[in-house]
Every structure is written in C-alpha cells, then in structure tokens.
Design a protein around this ligand. Structure first.
Ligand SMILES: [Ca+2]
Ligand SMILES: [Ca+2]
Ligand SMILES: [Ca+2]
Ligand SMILES: [Ca+2]
Length: 229
C-alpha cells in the first residue's frame, strides 16, 4: 500500500503501482511513458510536448507549426523560418553599383517582379525584372565608340544588354528597362553582375562564345542575387 508522499504515488488503471512492471499501459498521471519501465518505482520522465509532431520539443522548437527537420541549406534554420535557403544569411546588396573608370556603368535600381534585388527561385524558373541602367562615357580615347552595358549571371550567361549608342562624352545617360530572366538550373547562389564594353550594338563576342558576353564573363560588380533551390 502506498501512503506518502501522495504525488509520487501513481497507479496503473488496474490499481497496481505504476512501477509494478506489469507490462500494461500505466496510469501515466504525469503524461510520460505509456509503459512502465522495468524496475522503475514511478513513471519515468517521458517525451516532451511536441504540438507540431516534428519530434522537436515545444521548448526547443524553432518553427512552431512546421517541420523543423526540413532544412534545405543545412544551416540549422528550418525551411519555414529561413528567409534565405542558400546559406546562413540573406545577402544585402545596396545600389547603386558601378563599374567605375572612365567608362562608368551603374545599376541604380533593380527589382525582381517589382520586389527586392535578392530572391529565391526554383531551378529554371522565369521571373520579370526591372532596372535603371546608367552610363557615363568619359573615355576620350574612343570618343566615337558605341557603348553597351551587359547584365547576366556571374560566370554564366548574359541576359540583358543595354545599347547606349555613341553617347555624349562626360554626360550620364539613363535607361529604364524591363525584361525576364531564367534562373540557372544549378542550385545555390547565383549573382547578377554587370559589365561595360565599347563593342557596339550589344553584339556578343563572335561565334566562339555561347553565353552572350563581350569577351569574358565577369564575376562582378554584383547588383542582385538569386538563390536557386
Ligand atoms: Ca515540435
Ligand atoms: Ca516545428
Ligand atoms: Ca535552413
Ligand atoms: Ca538559410
């Protein structure tokens, strides 16, 4: 018979003390284990409350209501609470961004689908963008050259080219443009970069290149970023 203390005195539905290892479900008054452990005098501490059933206790759950085990970029921040699936920190890219130099190209504004310049897309997804492209030609070594500003993925394909013709020397010119971009097929972060050239009329570098850039594909400066996931 169990006398005191009363709080430690738990009984199975059959009336046996919960530590009686009778192999039946215990009374489980503490909300703990369903079957008494052999040799246990009282119900042992059991599973913690887990309202969303993802096996992570409520007290440690980083994403209540969704599955903490889903973590695409393995940064410890579950997908439903992760604003950037290509690493621990969502990048911030402040504009304007300029190439510098006497032939200075700038991206003054950039938005994907009327939104920010940093976005997540599925592989191969297509999205609209808008940008403001500026150019100031102070290159007096080639005063009658045509100028172009190219935009594309770092180390990848060019997807925009803005032809400024033969602009007035030393005066900033601007064009507001829209277009569409197709996300690369490869998962991970892909930066959007710009390049300026005096190649004329947005022609690419002849038949030897398939990515559209005049001469080599640039790796910067960075004006926007896409996380392909
Ligand atoms: Ca949980
Ligand atoms: Ca959760
Ligand atoms: Ca994550
Ligand atoms: Ca992340």
């Amino acid at each position: 018979m169990c006398l005191v203390p009363l709080a430690a005195c738990a009984f199975d539905p059959t009336g046996l003390p919960s530590g009686a290892t009778d192999g039946r479900p215990s009374g489980d008054p503490d909300g703990a284990i369903a079957i008494d452990a052999p040799g246990a005098s009282i119900d042992a501490a059991g599973p913690c409350p887990d309202d969303d059933g993802d096996t992570v206790c409520d007290s440690a759950d980083r994403c209540p209501g969704s599955d903490d085990r889903r973590d695409h970029d393995a940064d410890g921040n579950p997908d439903s609470c992760d604003d950037w699936d290509c690493g621990p920190t969502r990048p911030t890219i402040s504009l304007p961004v300029s190439t510098g130099g006497t032939l200075n190209a700038s991206i003054e504004l950039w938005s994907f689908n009327f939104g920010p310049n940093v976005i997540e897309l599925a592989p191969g997804a297509t999205i609209g963008f808008g940008d403001t492209v500026a150019l100031r030609d102070s290159n007096n070594a080639c005063t009658s050259c045509n100028d172009q500003v190219e935009v594309g993925f770092a180390g990848g394909a060019r997807f925009q080219c803005v032809d400024f013709g033969d602009p007035q020397q030393g005066v900033t010119q601007r064009q507001l443009r829209t277009g569409t971009v197709t996300a690369p097929a490869t998962p991970g972060r892909h930066d959007v970069v710009i390049k300026v050239a005096q190649a004329g009329n947005c022609n690419s570098d002849g038949g030897s290149r398939v990515d559209g850039w005049w001469q080599s594909a640039p790796t910067g400066p960075i004006v926007a970023a896409v996380c392909v996931r």
